[in-house]
Design a protein around this ligand. Structure first.
Ligand code: UD1
Ligand code: CA
Length: 460
């Protein structure tokens, strides 16, 4: 039987070095908040009800960011240090058997594979705890790990307290530990806030265990990348770049062509089919799903949208919360704001804005239009400059246009209004009344010609 694993994620600190009003773990890298990344990783090794997140700064916002994950929360009202944060969990599961894994919420690159190996190493040994260490070229900001002659951890020294000799040590504490549950709860209260910061440091545990005759083993990772913690916004950008790079590589290896991959932003949750092409500076975000053979033009932004196969998005197009059917062609410079469904083979051209609109298969709006709260039939042509007046200052109203209709340029469609199938609307019309199927509607001033008017006016 597998032993019980309880995971504690420390996410209560403000993160002073971020110089932010927002709690550090709520900053984003790779499209998710830092704490979401860590919780996702923990969920790969243990059921969510065995994951406890210690919250403090902006506790409500942190809970909200994790509301879709059934983890438990513990409040650390005053942030008195990483050891104190773990102490807060005593009431919740100190009686539980097995092991307690502690992870700091500011290290979002950690992999589940590494956690599994950490736990295996601890289970297979007779030590009180195992902690992940690594050697850093530049160890600044990290606690230094001191080893005894047996290669066991004798102490972790925080940078502020380190002697010059200790500061020169490049073996650092990752902040990821696996403790034997019984020994953790037996000894954790021996942590004393006797340091420059007057905090309860979890990093005192190796020395405490040692005094009690127990040992702590290091688990050294050769590649420090996944242990990088974020303390300021420079590190945030570095970690974000690593995540973006990973995602771009994964997609390229799966059959997506990415031009200038170092410039694109694709969230980890995005899925893409084969033979897609992504132009420079494109962003594909959230839960977007892109079918095979789509083209995403340079500098386009696609958010939470579904594109069927063979959709072509020209450069500088913005699409959010919409669904685009196969073979549609959109942009450049188009904006699909929210809740649109664009039919098979439809065409939306430059400077066209859509909101909450269903656009039939093969329909066209090639230039300069606004279609809001509307339903437009198949093969209908929307002329340049057409505007749905969907808002009367109080309420939004619907525009309905049947299939095969032709809306002349610069038409103003005052909603609520209905235009029948195959109807025509003359250019420049203001349409306020229903147009029956197959009818022609004209709603404009008649053109008047006054021959020789100019000469008469000048009295010649
Ligand atoms: C900590 C370690 C250091 C290690 C480094 C690895 C300690 C004393 N130091 O330093 O040895 O090398 O991480 O990244 O543990 N937190 C709380 N409550 C608190 C204090 C912190 O929940 O009272 C949380 C923070 O939100 C953060 C995490 O614990 O997610 C780590 O805190 P941080 O202040 O970043 O620790 P470091 O100084 O980086
Ligand atoms: Ca940190």
């Amino acid at each position: 039987m597998n032993p019980e694993i309880n995971v504690v994620i420390l996410a209560a600190g403000l993160g002073t070095r971020m110089k932010s009003r927002r709690a550090k773990v709520l900053h984003r890298a790779g499209g998710l908040t830092l704490v979401e990344h860590v919780v996702n990783t923990a969920m790969e090794i243990t059921p969510p009800e065995r994951i406890t997140v210690v919250v403090g700064h902006q506790a409500e916002a942190v809970r909200k960011a994790l509301s879709h994950r059934p983890v438990q929360f513990v409040e650390q009202a005053e942030q008195k240090g990483t050891g104190h944060a773990v102490m807060m969990c005593r009431g919740l599961f100190a009686e539980r058997p097995g092991y307690v894994v502690v992870i700091y919420g500011d290290g979002p690159l950690l992999s589940a594979e590494t956690l599994r190996r950490l736990i295996e190493k601890q289970i297979g040994s007779d030590t009180a705890a195992t902690l992940i260490t690594t050697i850093l070229e530049n160890p600044r900001g990290y606690g230094r790990v001191l080893l005894d002659s047996d290669g066991m951890v004798s102490a972790i020294v925080e940078e502020k307290a380190a002697t010059p000799a200790q500061a020169a040590v490049r073996l650092v504490n990752s902040g990821i530990y696996c403790f034997r549950a019984d020994l953790l709860w037996k000894y954790i209260d021996e942590i004393r806030p006797e340091n420059l910061a007057h905090e309860y440091y979890l990093t005192d545990m190796p020395e405490i265990f040692r005094r009690a005759g127990h040992r702590v083993a290091p688990f050294e990772l050769a590649d420090p990348t996944e242990l990088l913690a974020i303390n300021n916004r420079v590190e945030l950008a570095e970690v974000d770049a690593i995540m973006r790079n990973r995602k771009a590589k994964e997609l390229m290896l799966a059959g997506v062509t990415i031009e200038k991959p170092e410039t694109v932003t694709i969230d980890a949750s995005v899925r893409m089919g084969i033979d897609c092409t992504v132009g420079p500076f494109a962003q594909i975000l959230g839960n977007s799903v892109i079918g095979d053979e789509c083209e995403i033009g340079a500098s386009s932004v696609i958010r939470n949208s579904i594109l069927a196969a063979g959709v072509k998005i020209e450069p500088f197009t913005s699409i959010a919360d919409s669904r685009i059917e196969a073979g549609a062609h959109i942009g450049p410079f188009a904006r699909l704001r929210m809740n649109n469904v664009i039919g098979v083979g439809a065409h939306i051209g430059n400077f066209v804005e859509f909101k909450n609109t269903r656009f039939g298969a093969g329909a066209k709006a090639s230039h300069l239009a606004y279609l809001g709260d509307s339903e437009i039939g198949e093969q209908t042509n929307i002329g340049a400059g057409t505007i749905t007046c969907n808002y009367d200052g109080i309420k939004k109203h619907k525009t309905q246009i049947g299939s095969n209709a032709f809306i002349g340029s610069n038409s103003t469609l005052v909603a609520p209004v209905e235009i029948g199938e195959s109807a025509y609307v003359g250019a420049g019309s203001v349409i306020t009344k229903p147009v029956p199927p197959k009818a022609l509607a004209l709603g404009r001033g008649r053109q008047v010609i006054k021959e020789g008017w100019v000469e008469k006016r000048k009295g010649k």
